[in-house]
Design a protein around this ligand. Structure first.
Ligand code: CTP
Length: 466
């Protein structure tokens, strides 16, 4: 591995380690990513001895002397230097109590430190010591597991997961991110220890979930979460979508698998986490709205109910209850609209309404609508895609002509009050709404003059004088 340690810092560390008589190793994700040729910006260093002291000495020798941040309680220190983040930790032997994640820390050897790590691929270390600089220390066959694309714990998985249950999520997240398979015994242990996830903070669980969602093919992670029954604990609203019901020979699709398909589809076109979340949520209210009539299965208003379900789930998952949530809600509410347009004759007024409601998120809505087409009938899919493309063209034409996307009312409430000598009241809003509707319906153009004339007529109709 010597030739891979090009970073000058590694040599500085080696020299200091020698004079200070310390043993130092690069460990964890950086080594894994080095072997896998993935970019990595976090460099973890394990020191058999005092990590804080070493961090300080290294920083002193670097240009600009980066500021060392010390976490005394954990015996760790870190600094940032040229795009990289270096973290120095004393080698530890850890034991955990069963009802807490806070380990009782004891000093240990490099082997002890590797033992206590989550996965074999994350337990690899490279020596920075003069006598074997660059030597790979791989006690658990981590390199072999990288080659075989296997996720496995260094110790008995029941110990590793019970020690820190977040690692169950991490194992699944890495399997999804790297497209690896989880070793059968490791997988079994996740299922056996699933309840232990309850001692982990929601923020950390959601963090891992977001990483799964941002993977190339997120369905892989969700399917493992489901198989191990973790999903039912952390996201029951999603597992509720599972299953197919048949009455009188009529079935509906499995909305869980459909949702995962939509999520994979959308992930090919966007890295926007919130657009991917919108895909996850788009049919979330289908179980709540499911009905059977003689014509078959219906899920009336699932888009409205879905929009309403979102805040509670966001809150529980500690997702941000800000404009991101409002964006997800908006897309869920509108997700059927482009397809509904496809099914009818595409009128200018319907297109204007969609532009008005979707505003700057119109393209994202179209991306979601496209991802939502998952029929097995290829002919049907092809036709839908062509029709959706027509809608896209029409949206572009109407937007160019009418500028509805960032619609601002051409007539303000002030103007209405002044013209008819009215005091602030509900009626002002009603007149404004009437003007907006007339523009959206194409009765008048989206400009001041036409809107003004319309306002005069509308006011007179309501008995007001100029
Ligand atoms: N680690 C662990 N158990 C955890 C978290 C981390 O054993 N619950 C160890 C692993 O050896 C891991 C290292 O700490 O490689 C660094 O953790 P972290 O920075 O969270 O993960 P990375 O492996 O670097 O990967 P990523 O940056 O993608 O999270």
């Amino acid at each position: 591995m010597k030739k891979h340690l090009k970073n000058k810092i590694f040599h500085i560390i080696k020299d200091i380690a020698e004079t200070e008589n310390l043993q130092v190793f690069v460990i964890g994700g950086y080594v894994r990513d080095l072997i896998m040729k993935r970019p990595s910006k976090d460099i973890d260093l394990v020191v058999v001895g005092n990590g804080i002291l070493l961090a300080k000495k290294v920083a002193e020798q670097l240009k600009g002397k980066p500021k060392v941040t010390i976490f005394k309680k954990f015996g760790t220190a870190m600094f940032k230097y040229k795009d990289f983040e270096y973290e120095f930790v004393g080698a530890r032997k850890e034991s955990y109590s069963s009802n807490s994640r806070k380990p009782a820390v004891e000093k240990g050897t490099i082997k002890d430190d590797q033992n206590r790590r989550d996965l074999t691929i994350n337990a690899l270390a490279i020596s920075l010591n003069p006598k074997n600089f660059g030597e790979l220390i791989d006690p658990f066959g981590g390199v072999q597991d990288i080659e075989n694309k296997v996720i496995r714990t260094p110790l008995d998985p029941n110990i590793t997961f019970s020690d820190d249950p977040l690692r169950m999520m991490r194992a699944i997240r890495f399997a999804c991110q790297l497209n690896f398979e989880i070793f059968p015994l490791t997988l079994k242990a996740i299922q056996q220890n699933k309840e232990r996830i309850n001692i982990i903070s929601q923020e950390r669980i959601t963090d891992e979930l977001n990483k799964i969602i941002l993977s190339k093919k997120p369905s892989k992670g969700f399917k493992i979460l489901d198989k191990t029954e973790l999903l039912e604990i952390i996201f029951p609203e999603l597992t509720n979508l599972k299953g197919v019901e048949t009455i009188d020979g009529m079935s509906h699709k499995d909305n869980f698998l459909h949702t995962l398909q939509v999520l994979d589809n959308i992930s090919k076109h966007t890295n926007n986490l919130w657009l991917r979340w919108a895909a996850i949520f788009h049919d979330i209210a289908k179980p709540a709205t499911k009905r059977f009539s003689k014509h078959g299965w219906t899920f009336h208003s699932h888009e409205f109910v879905g929009k309403k379900m979102i805040p509670k789930i966001f809150k529980k998952m500690r997702l941000p209850m800000n404009e991101k949530m409002i964006y997800v809600q908006k897309l869920v509410l509108l997700h059927l609209r482009p397809i509904a347009l496809v099914k009818t004759e595409v009128t200018d007024s319907a297109v204007r309404r969609l532009l008005f409601e979707a505003g700057n998120d119109t393209e994202d809505l179209m991306t979601l609508a496209k991802a939502d087409i998952t029929s097995k009938n290829e002919r049907k899919v092809k036709q839908f895609l062509i029709n959706l493309e027509n809608v896209r063209e029409k949206l572009k034409d109407v937007e160019e002509k009418d500028k509805i996307r960032n619609w601002q009312p051409p007539i303000t409430g002030e103007i209405i009050m002044k013209t008819f000598n009215l005091k602030p009241s509900k009626e002002i809003g009603n007149i404004k709404d009437a003007i907006r509707e007339a523009i959206l319906d194409g009765i008048i153009q989206n400009n001041y003059d036409e809107a003004y004339s319309f306002m005069i007529k509308e006011g007179k109709k309501r008995g007001y004088r100029i």
